[in-house]
Every structure is written in structure tokens, then in C-alpha cells.
Unconditional design. Structure first.
Length: 460
């Protein structure tokens, strides 16, 4: 069943799928977005490194996560889909990865490839990693450099890019590593490498990033501590534990929730409830920012599930939102949400200023350039620099629209421009909606169920 899902996704992604979004009436109802992508990746990887059977409910079944499941099978774990969203992983234990017979293709998933690289780098095996055209442009030196400190050897293309072969360390050495840029992926890769390393591995981050890896390592039985000191946030992991299998319920993804939430805020008459959203404080920066802009966004039924804070989000049309200056220190908690925030900013009054966001330049696409170019084509004034951009709002329901935008093989760019079209005076189209399947395979049907007008275009 999992392979069927994967094959369908691959076939749909092989050909560009132009789409168009028309101005929508009120969006109403409940939006049951997919499971959290970050937690889904980590559930599969830590399940594979445990001894026994880990069960996972609510796993995101997008391309990215399916590629991670396939990779864990290649390293020796038994990964089984039992029903939609319900999976199990029979793990091989820490140190138990075997050498894969084939190249590990991680598709579009930079999170998947970076975490898997970390997990295998302290095993005495070798593996070759590749991905799609977008992933193969992404910088991997930020991962291969710290892995080399453990004793791993890496051989990639110029600039530290995929395809890349990693020869794992036979006798790994624990490291003390200060993450040079805020990155949960780099931090997590180092911690996962530390699992099969004797002694204590220490990671220091000056700015807190999403902490799913630390929470989940602790849940699986690893000895891990976090201290705040003059150096920053210092995480210490004791290596070579025997991880215990877990029963995991994946909360719904706040990054996916951002799209129906923001669509409701800018579409006249809308009232949308998005249940069971993970509100880990290292992930909820967008919702804080929207509230500061004057969004009618409420948290209902707040609770804790599986160690993660969860709530139901209710979003209503908010015609009086105003632009703000987003604190640069908030960037790490909402880095994936700046594209859709820029769409809200276009529908607000005044300027929304976003600084300290140079990481957006090296995502699946150059997201600042992609969004700035598309917004300008749709009549929105945008200024941008190396690590900042400013969107000057047109006001509620006042974006002219009417342009065709390039998605650049980037799921978040594609979805953001479709949301823009739902509130613009004229339709907004994109050249390719197929990348959306990597993170949000039910995006189109979910938005249509709320009342959005989305169509497939015949243009190529």
C-alpha cells in the first residue's frame, strides 16, 4: 500500500501540473491537515534505531516522509503501513544499520536526507545519497563538516552537494559542536550521529530551534540534558543507549496548518477550525506574528499530547490586519512560514518587515526571490535584500492578482500563491502544483472542501 502511494506520488510529480486559484467565497468548516512532517521523519528514524516495534498513528504520507520510510527499509528496519496514517517500525537498534544495496533517494526532502546522514555516519558502513533537482542544489557541507568530526568521510559534488557518498566512522569519536547557523536539521544530525558514539556528544546552539529531536530522544529512553548558559543552549547526549520502542501519535503539522489558517484570515466571511495542531513553542512563531498583526486567531482546547503542546486553531476573516516588523530572533520558529506570511502581509495595511531570514535563500528554492517576484507580478510592492524583505500591503481583498507564478519545484511557494489567488481581485496561477505532494498531499481536496476555487490549468 505504501509503495502504491509512493508510485502515485512519483507519477504525479513527473509531469508539471499547472493550477489556478480564483477569488473564493467564505471558507468554512474544519481543516484536518496532515501529521507533522518533522515528527513523522523522526518517528521513523528513531523507531528504526530502537529494539522492538514502534507504532505510529497519524504519520504524514507525503513524498518526503515516504522517502524516509524507504530509506529506513534500506538500512535494515522493517517498516510497514497497516492503514492510512498507521505504521509500524521494527527497529535494528542503535548501531544496527546495515549497508544499503542501492542509492538512497530522498526526493525533495532536505530534512530527511540530513537526519538520515547523521544517523548512519557513525555506523561502519557506506551509503550514497541523492535527490531531485531541487535537493541536489542544497548545501550539505553544513552536515558533512560536523559528521567529519566524528570520523565519517564524505564525498560529494563541488560545494558539498548531492549526490554524496558517506563512509561511516568505524570508531566514532564524541564531539562538542557549536551550530554556526540556527538549524534544527544540523543539530539533529549531530545528535543522531552521537547515538552510536561512546561518551557524551554536546551540541550548542546560540538560538533555540525546533526541539522535536530532543523531546523524542528522551521519549525513546536516551539520556539527554539541556542547559542554558553563556554559550547558549547546550544539549548533552550520552551515546550508545538501547532505545525503547514507542507508541506515537503524530500531532498535525503547524506548517501545513498555516495555509488554511492564512487563507481564512484573508478571505471574506471565513471561519475555519483547524483541530489538533502541534504548538511546540519552537514552531509557533507564525501564529504569534499573525496575532500581533491583528488576526482573529484563537487557540481552543489547549492540551499536551505525547509531550507536545496541542490546540485547535480557529481563524476568522480579519480585514483590519496591519503590517509589523517581525522580530529577527523569531525567524527560527517560523522559517518555513515566511512565504505564506508574505501573502497575509500583501492583504494587510502598511509594511511587514522581515529581517534575519537569509536561510530562505537556500531552501527548496530562493524563497525570498520566488515570493518577491510573484507578488510583484500580482501588483504587490516588495523590497528585498540578502537577509531581509519588506512587503507593502494592499489592504484586505485589494491585491490585483492576475499573474502566473513559478513554483520553482517548491511546495510552499506553490501553495502560497494559490492562497493568494483566493483573496485577489483576479485569479492567480502557478506553473506547477505537483511539488505540493511532498508535504501536503491532500491540500487541494482539503481547501476545496472549505470552499476554495482551485482548478487545473491546461497551460504548459
Amino acid at each position: 500500500a505504501a509503495e502504491n502511494v509512493r508510485n502515485q506520488a512519483m507519477s504525479s510529480h513527473a509531469v508539471a501540473r499547472p493550477m489556478i486559484a480564483y477569488k473564493s467565497g467564505p471558507l468554512t468548516g474544519e481543516a484536518h491537515v496532515p501529521g507533522d512532517k518533522s515528527i513523522s521523519h523522526r518517528s521513523l528514524i528513531l523507531g528504526a534505531l530502537s529494539v522492538g516495534t514502534t507504532t505510529i498513528k497519524g504519520l504524514l504520507e507525503g513524498d518526503d516522509v515516504l522517502d524516509t520510510a524507504k530509506a529506513m527499509r534500506a538500512f535494515g528496519a522493517i517498516v510497514t503501513q497497516h492503514a492510512a496514517g498507521n505504521w509500524s517500525v521494527d527497529g535494528v537498534g542503535v548501531g544496527g544499520f546495515c549497508e544499503p544495496d542501492t542509492v538512497i533517494d530522498c526526493g525533495n526532502s532536505v530534512t530527511g536526507v540530513r537526519l538520515i546522514m547523521g544517523a548512519m555516519a557513525t555506523h561502519p558502513i557506506r551509503a550514497t545519497f541523492t535527490g531531485d533537482a531541487s535537493l541536489n542544489k542544497r548545501p550539505m557541507a553544513r552536515i558533512s563538516d560536523p559528521l567529519a568530526l566524528f570520523g565519517a568521510q564524505t564525498y560529494g559534488r563541488s560545494g558539498g552537494r548531492l549526490p554524496m557518498t558517506i563512509i561511516g566512522a568505524e570508531t566514532p569519536t564524541p564531539v562538542r559542536y557549536e551550530v554556526p547557523v540556527p538549524s534544527a536539521q544540523v543539530k539533529s544530525a549531530v545528535l543522531l550521529a552521537g547515538l552510536n558514539t561512546p561518551g557524551k556528544t554536546v551540541v550548542i546552539e546560540q538560538e533555540a530551534t525546533r526541539d522535536h529531536t530532543e523531546r523524542m530522544l528522551r521519549g525513546f529512553g536516551a539520556e539527554i540534558s539541556v542547559q542554558i548558559n553563556d554559550a547558549g543552549r547546550e544539549i548533552t547526549l550520552t551515546g550508545q543507549p538501547e532505545l525503547q520502542p514507542q507508541d506515537i501519535t503524530v500531532p498535525r503539522d503547524p506548517s501545513s496548518a498555516a495555509f488554511p489558517v492564512c487563507a481564512a484570515l484573508i478571505t471574506e466571511g471565513s471561519d475555519v477550525l483547524v483541530p489538533n495542531i502541534g504548538l511546540n513553542p519552537t514552531r509557533s512563531g507564525l501564529f504569534t506574528t499573525l496575532r500581533e498583526m491583528g488576526a482573529d486567531l484563537e487557540y481552543e482546547n489547549e492540551r499536551v499530547e505525547g509531550g507536545e503542546p496541542v490546540a485547535d486553531l480557529r481563524a476568522r476573516f480579519s480585514p483590519n490586519m496591519r503590517g509589523i516588523e517581525v522580530p529577527p530572533e523569531r525567524a527560527a520558529s517560523m522559517i518555513d512560514e515566511y512565504p505564506i506570511l508574505s501573502v497575509v502581509a500583501a492583504n494587510a495595511q502598511g509594511d511587514t518587515v522581515m529581517r534575519g531570514v537569509k536561510e530562505l535563500r537556500v531552501k527548496e528554492s530562493d524563497r525570498i526571490d520566488a515570493m518577491a517576484t510573484g507578488l510583484r507580478a500580482n501588483g504587490v510592492t516588495v523590497e528585498d535584500g540578502p537577509d531581509w524583505w519588506i512587503v507593502s500591503g494592499c489592504g484586505a481583498q485589494a491585491v490585483p492578482g492576475g499573474a502566473k507564478c513559478a513554483s520553482h519545484l517548491d511546495h510552499r511557494i506553490a501553495m502560497s500563491f494559490l492562497i493568494l489567488g483566493m483573496a485577489s481581485k483576479n485569479p492567480v496561477s502557478i506553473d506547477d502544483g505537483s511539488p505540493i505532494a511532498t508535504s501536503f498531499p491532500i491540500f487541494e481536496s482539503l481547501m476545496a472542501s472549505l470552499g476554495a476555487r482551485l482548478e487545473h490549468s491546461q497551460e504548459r
